[in-house]
Design a binder for this molecule. Sequence first.
Ligand code: J2J
Length: 554
Amino acid sequence: MTETEQTWTEAESARYRAAGHWQGLTFGARLRRSAAAHGDRVALVDGDRRWTYADLDAEADRVAFGLRGLGIGRGDRVVVQLPNRAEFVLVWFGLQRVGAVPVHAMPGHRRREIGHLVRVSGAVACVVPDRHAGFDYRELMRSVRGEHGRGRSPRVVVVVGDPGQESGFVSFEALRTASSPTPADTSPDAVRGPGTDDGGADPADVALLLLSGGTTGLPKLIPRTHDDYAYNARACAEVCALDERTVYLAVLPIGFNFTFACPGVLGTLLAGGTVVVAPDPSPQTAFALIEQERVTLTSLTPPLVTHWVNEAASGAWDLGSLVVVQVGGARLPEEHARKLGPALGATVQQVFGMAEGLINLTRLDDPEDLVCATQGRPVSPDDEILVVGADGRPVPDGSAGELLTRGPYTLRGYYRAEEHNRTAFTPDGHYRTGDVVRRLPTGHLVVVGRIKDQINRGGEKIAAVEVEEQLLTHPAITAAALVGVPDERRGERTVAFVVCDGEAPDAREVAAHLRERGLAPYKAPDEVVQVTGLPLTAVGKVDKSSLAQELLRR
Ligand code: J2J
């Protein structure tokens, strides 16, 4: 790994290789193998468009050819901000084929987040749709490039759809067709030279950068290597018993680690199954696809569960193909877990995961009580788990403490974040998750709380500090604290407690201000409450729990 200072030790790497976790294959090479093994099987479905494994492999070559023509190659970072469309997968494997590194952005991200991702990663290009959900991503890219001044970074913007007239903007269609390699070029002998599968990438290289939920002012980037990320996907695929007959429906944003690799898109493709992309997460859209494509596996966040249960109760849909429904990203209330399986006629699996690595899954044959009341156990026998008290010492099983972890697919350092890394990890390399858990004798974990200053709004993570800093840029606000309070639908909603000169702006005005500042809309507080001062703890920090309690009392 070249881009992070902190990585696994030689001894650990050797151990993970010897155990067969790290297989020494890049994603570009894996796609080539899949095409050889499953050529005629359907790999990807988007509406009435379908790609076999052979098609996907050939498409990756075409995209790679176009990327090389733009001067994009090994180690180059490229921000990919695409909604749930097949193009996400085509672009992703095209990038892998030249050894470039996709940076997974979310469709909801705006100028502030994308600008930050471009700056930190040093991205040479971004890939966006023209428009999606009423928003023009070309405008976004123009303002990101504007902010970066004369360097016009990123240099290239690839647009799925109409690129418009801006210089440096090219259409995805032009990229993949401009000068397709001739059949002679793609014959096995001509193409299979060194580096033609993956631009010469090393399996220990960073293959992609994921975005952390964040606890600081700006989100951190998570480096994932070919070896570790493929293991992440394979280990989850094994627990979920994926095979060639698996049909996975991508309902949540496709760039989300859960959807992409737990086992998700990658796990399914590595097993020879079929990935179907859902353009939106509504049960109507998803159920129609489940019927039509005979979907066997999908994944949801808790807020979607109630909608799905209600729609299934209409009896209008044939969901008989569904075998497993995963739920994760935020705590699933036990009552909802108990209803979901019978409502959909499928096995429920709880998923407690993180883009940083560690994935916990309930097992398909776990007794109902474990499935409904725990968040699963680690997928790898080499995941190391510590549950520690405030003194950093392990607490007895059954007691609550902070979850620390290290293992074959958990990061050892954020990307270009040396200072943050000093506190985010223990000296012996355990990642401090900030989650408070209890461990049962079976090894299953129950998430009981959180010590990180992050709000989990139905699976969407919001770093309180990031929003507070932006709130302070409002002319009327002199002090601010963002707090998560219990919410029926999302688990938590955000309340901004503000101290103001004069009258406080209302939630709508605050949202408009934050939008103006370029912040993703989902980070705007659900509620704004004016207070005369913020209560402090004994050590002088804002006492957020007393603010939340005060609100509940009112
Ligand atoms: C409670 N909190 C949970 C759960 C995640 C699979 C599933 C989820 C994510 C994800 C992911 C939770 N109950 N079941 O990447 O691959 C909270 C914890 C955790 C944080 C990670 C995956 N599942 N959480 O949500 O990186 O606080 O990943 O540390 O977005 O979500 O957030 P994120």
